[in-house]
Design a protein around this ligand. Structure first.
Ligand code: CP3
Length: 341
C-alpha cells in the first residue's frame, strides 16, 4: 500500500476524490517560472541546471495543492543527448538539424546517461525535497513522437516528413526506433532509480497514422519500453498518453501494458465505459482552453469528467498541456473545487 493518492490511482486503487496534476504544470503561465527562465541563456540550460530545474518543478506545488510534481525537463533532451543538438527558438519551438538515413548510425546511444546526468540529479533533489504524500512523475517522449522532431527538424501539424521517411526508408526508420527504445529504457530506469514514483510516456503525435502504422510506430515501441523498464524495475508504474489515438486507444491500452491511460480532450467521456476494461485507470481530460476561459463552461465540464470516470481509478488532468495564457486564478479554482466538493 502507498500513502501517495496519485500513485495509488495509477496502481489501480480508486481514491475518495480524483488526485490531480496538470500537464505542463511548470511553465510560462507562472510569473515565478518566467523569472527563473529569464536568468538562463536558453531553455535547455534550465533543464540541465539541477538547482533551477528543481526549483521550477516545485513552483506549481507551492502555489496549488496538486498531488504530483512532474520533473522539469523536455522530451527533446533525448535527441540532444544522442548527439543531435536541439535549440529552442523564441516563438518557434524546437529546431534540430534533421537526421537522414545516413546519419542515424552516428547517433551516440552510449553517451545518453552521461549527458542526462544533470536531469537525474534533479530527480534525486526532488525526491529529497518532496512531501511524502506527493507523487513524483518522471517521463520521456515515446519513440515515434521524438522521431517526428528528429526527422522533421521541427514541430509540424501533420508530421509528414517523418511519416514519409518511415515509409521510404523502413530499415533506417527501424534503426532509429531501436535507438530510441533502448535510450528511453535506460533513461526511465535511471529516473525510477533516482526516485521517480511513476513515469509517463508522452506520445503526443499518436495521430495521423493508419492502423498498420499505429501498430508499428506506436504500440510496438511503447510496449518494448514498458517491458524493458519492468525487466529492470519490476512492476514499474507507467502512464501512457497517446494523444490523438482515437480509435486505436483500446488497442494501445490492451497491448502496451501501461498501468494507466492518459486521454486527450477529444476522447468522448463515454469512451472508457464502452471500450476499456472496467478497472483500467484513466487520466484526463479537460480541454486546456476551458481553463483559459473559466466560468460555468469550466465548472460544468469538470463535473461531467469526474462523473464519467467515477466508477474507476481516475487521475484528473488536462487533455493536453496548459497554455501560457491561462489565468492563475482559474487553476487555483479548479484545484480547490476538486478538493472541496
Ligand atoms: O511541468 C511540466 O510538464 C514541465 C516539463 C515539460 C516540458 N515539456 C517543459 C517545456 C514536459 C513534460 C514537456 C513535454 C513535451 N515537450 C512534450 C509532450 C507534451 C505535449 O505538450 O505534447 C512535447 C511535444 C515537447 C516538445 C516541446 N518543448 C515543444 C514543441 C516546445 C515548444 C512549444 C512550447 O510549449 O513552448 C517545448 C518547449 C517547452 N518545454 C517549454 C517548457 C516549459 C517552453 C519553453 C520556455 O519556457 O522557453
Amino acid at each position: 500500500m502507498t500513502h501517495k493518492p496519485l500513485l495509488a490511482a495509477v496502481l489501480g486503487q480508486k481514491q475518495p476524490r480524483p488526485p490531480i496534476w496538470i500537464m505542463r504544470q511548470a511553465g510560462r503561465y507562472l510569473p515565478e517560472y518566467r523569472a527563473i527562465r529569464a536568468r538562463t541563456k536558453n531553455f535547455l540550460e534550465l533543464c540541465y541546471t539541477p538547482e533551477l530545474a528543481t526549483e521550477v518543478t516545485l513552483q506549481p506545488l507551492r502555489r496549488f495543492d496538486l498531488d504530483a510534481a512532474i520533473l522539469f525537463s523536455d522530451i527533446l533532451v533525448v535527441p540532444d543527448a544522442l548527439g543531435q543538438p536541439v535549440r529552442f527558438e523564441q516563438g518557434e519551438g524546437p529546431v534540430l538539424e534533421p537526421v537522414t538515413p545516413q546519419t542515424i548510425a552516428s547517433l551516440k546511444p552510449e553517451r545518453v546517461l552521461e549527458h542526462l546526468a544533470p536531469v537525474l540529479e534533479t530527480v534525486r533533489r526532488l525526491r529529497a525535497a518532496m512531501p511524502a504524500q506527493k507523487t513524483l512523475i518522471g517521463f520521456c517522449g515515446s519513440p515515434w513522437t521524438v522521431a517526428t522532431y528528429m526527422i522533421g527538424g521541427r514541430g509540424s501539424s501533420d508530421q509528414a516528413a517523418a511519416r514519409l521517411f518511415a515509409l521510404r526508408y523502413p530499415q533506417a526508420f527501424a534503426a532509429l526506433i531501436d535507438i530510441l527504445v533502448a535510450a528511453s529504457i535506460e533513461y526511465l530506469v535511471a529516473q525510477l532509480e533516482a526516485g521517480a514514483d511513476v513515469v509517463q510516456l508522452f506520445e503526443s503525435w499518436a495521430l495521423n497514422l493508419d492502423d498498420a502504422a499505429f501498430e508499428e510506430r506506436v504500440i510496438a515501441p511503447n510496449r518494448r519500453i514498458v517491458e524493458g523498464v519492468r525487466a529492470r524495475v519490476p512492476n514499474a508504474p507507467i502512464i501512457g498518453f497517446p494523444r490523438g489515438a482515437a480509435g486505436n486507444l483500446a488497442q494501445y491500452a490492451a497491448r502496451t501494458g501501461v498501468n494507466a491511460l492518459g486521454l486527450d480532450y477529444a476522447t468522448p467521456l463515454d469512451f472508457a465505459a464502452r471500450h476499456l476494461p472496467a478497472d483500467l485507470p484513466v487520466q484526463g481530460n479537460l480541454d486546456p482552453l476551458r481553463l483559459v476561459a473559466g466560468g460555468p463552461q469550466l465548472d460544468e465540464r469538470v463535473e461531467q469528467i469526474i462523473a464519467a470516470f467515477a466508477g474507476r481509478p481516475h487521475i484528473f488532468n488536462l487533455g493536453h498541456g496548459i497554455v501560457p495564457e491561462t489565468p492563475i486564478e482559474h487553476v487555483a479554482r479548479l484545484v480547490d473545487r476538486l478538493k472541496n466538493r
